[in-house]
Design a protein around this ligand. Structure first.
Ligand code: ATP
Ligand code: MG
Length: 298
């Protein structure tokens, strides 16, 4: 017996534009006809378990990520969203004590298999972080950095820089100051610069960990519009605490929670429900999802 629809009154488009509606209604702008499961997954997590030392942080996650789709990972703090996201491009390799079990496939190939170069993985599967983190270099050199270090064959670097900045909807704002420090940009511009830096190496998948949490509603709205544009060319996986954001931009949503171990009290993250965003927000299958999206938990 399905649970009744969870309706949550929220403000649409950030703060004060006066529209209200349910999360499912908010989703309508981004909505497309999609099958229940991604028919052609670009990436899959199969029985993914992650440990930090002895601590079992994430338990048995199964997820598939559709091509040219935006997938949102949501859930309360500590449920393992960032941990799962970092597994998708082997960023957890850089975390002392982190151990990954199970498989993560990219076009069917296990990215943890022997002989796979994590640097190559990260050129195909790029990442944008919560806090904009431009390098202490010029705007131009921030973008040119990736193509240079990955040895990308580039005819004209100027064209690569322009294309990436246009792709991240930043070109018009910076075209006359490319040699100036990236630190002179606003937070929202810096985050778009980081997105431009990521797309400059022509990845296939872009991972974003709360990319708007340090931004104001206007900058957030620009990044959300940008995500919907980027979806045409890229597969995007985003962690967000903002359910309205998940509703506004994502095609599918995965809801995680953390379950305390009865003896140790350690809270292990697990995937509760994964569904089309519209279904998850209008008719969740699991009571825990319903409680979370209606604000009764978390
Ligand atoms: N480097 C680390 N070393 C040890 N434990 C870690 C490390 N990173 C995360 N954890 C633990 O793993 C669990 C999942 O953390 P994670 O950061 O993935 O959660 P999250 O869902 O992204 O939380 P938030 O919403 O607060 O960002 C938490 O209990 C956290 O304390
Ligand atoms: Mg996190």
């Amino acid at each position: 017996m399905p649970n009744p629809p969870a309706t949550v009154t929220i403000r649409k488009g950030g703060d004060d534009d006066g529209h209200v509606g349910s999360l499912a209604q908010v989703h309508q702008e981004a909505e497309r006809e999609l099958p229940d499961l991604p028919p052609n997954p670009v990436m899959e997590a199969i029985d993914l378990n992650v440990f930090y030392g002895d601590f079992h942080a994430v338990h048995d996650v199964k997820l598939s990520f559709g091509k040219n789709e935006i997938t949102a990972l949501i859930g309360p703090s500590g449920c393992g969203k960032s941990t799962v996201l970092r597994c998708l491009n082997r960023m957890n390799d850089l975390v002392a004590g982190a151990r990954v079990e199970g498989q993560v496939t990219y076009h069917g190939q296990d990215i943890y298999a022997r002989g796979v170069d994590p640097i190559m993985v990260r050129t195909h599967i790029g990442m944008v972080f919560q806090k904009p983190n431009p390098f202490p270099k010029s705007i131009y050199d921030n973008i040119a950095y990736g193509p240079r270090v990955t040895g990308m064959k580039v005819d004209k670097m100027d064209d690569v820089v322009e294309e990436a900045l246009r792709g991240a909807a930043l070109w018009d704002e910076v075209k006359d100051k490319l040699k100036q420090s990236a630190y002179g940009l606003s937070g929202g511009q810096q985050q778009r610069l980081c997105i431009a830096r990521t797309i400059a190496t022509k990845p296939d998948v872009i991972l974003m960990d709360e990319p708007c949490s340090a931004l104001d509603p206007i900058a957030t709205s620009r990044i959300e519009d940008l995500m919907l544009e980027l979806r045409e060319q890229y597969t995007i996986i985003i962690v967000t605490h903002n359910m309205q954001q998940a509703a506004r931009v994502s095609d599918r949503t995965a809801f995680f929670t953390a379950k305390p171990d009865e003896t140790t009290g350690n809270r292990t993250g697990l995937l509760v429900e994964y569904n089309l965003t519209n279904k998850l927000f209008s008719n969740p299958n699991d009571k825990r999802t319903e409680d979370y999206i209606s604000g009764r938990f978390g």
